[in-house]
Ligand binder design. Sequence first.
Ligand code: PHE
Length: 344
Amino acid sequence: MANLKDRIDGVRKAFEDAALKAGDAKSLEELRTAFLGRKRGHVTLLFEELKSVAPEEKREAGRLVNELKGFVSDRLQVLEAVVQAPVRPARTIDMTLPGRKRYVGTPHPLTLFQKEIEAVFLGMGFAIEEGPEIETDYYNFEALNFPPHHPARDSWDTLYIKDDLLLRTHTSPVQVRVMERSKPPIRIICPGRVFRRETPDPTHLPMFLQVEGLVIDEGITFAHLKGTLEYFIRALFGEKIKVRFRPSFFPFTEPSAEVDIECIVCSGKDASCRVCGGTGWKEILGSGMVDPQVLKNVNIDPEKYSGWAFGLGIDRTAMFAFGIPEMRYFYENDLRFLRQFGTK
Ligand code: PHE
């Protein structure tokens, strides 16, 4: 038995030495045959020798030989796996591949569109004015000729902060503030955020952008309103765009008109168009001659001066300009959408 134990240790040592040198599939194959080969493998021969071990020692001797066999076959398996693992090719650089594109941040599409609108009016000699987003009832409604509790207030779904304080529902209060502090001639536009209690849908949002305009001077007529707005709309949408003026009502203008442009998304051809509802027209702005009462409220003499005003939804108009069927896309901050603007 002592003799067999020495032989077992010897075979293990011989295997370990040989395994260190076996570096490829072929030499591992030879190693497997030399130690585990069916007839003449060193480990196999040890099993033969077990037969001549004394019966009381057989158990222990068998365990040792089996253990050696397990060791040898496990080690061979690991080495074979190592040798078979695919070798990574050296890294090469393909000079013909296009470079990786880095995206440069650009202004938001609505900001770009607002600037475009501003540029048209700046070109006609208008100035840009801004005002607070939180307004008093007076500036948002009363000065604009909405008496308290007047039903016209209902069409501006107002978000109130307190009885007298609200989120402005239009940028018309900026016009009142400007008229209060300056003398005619006045020629301004006021872009900014406005808020209404609306359920979002493709063309309505609870917060959106408006630009309003105001002209006050001697001898201003509805013809000026029409000419200026038509010029503006054609500057934005091209000479061929169809425009129509429809009689309307606003408490602060008399007479009043709403302006529609043809639906750029469906051109009136899709009866189920989600943007124009199949009418082929979409309202983009409200306008009118400033009501004499509004001029009186800000101490401008309506006998001497007259004026016109308009208010336009920037988001909604941008939808048309860019041919987008969903106003909500502008606010979802999906880079795949936003990256399509600004870099030409
Ligand atoms: N303030 C109006 C609105 O928000 C738009 C408008 C402005 C209409 C000026 C007429 C004149 O709907």
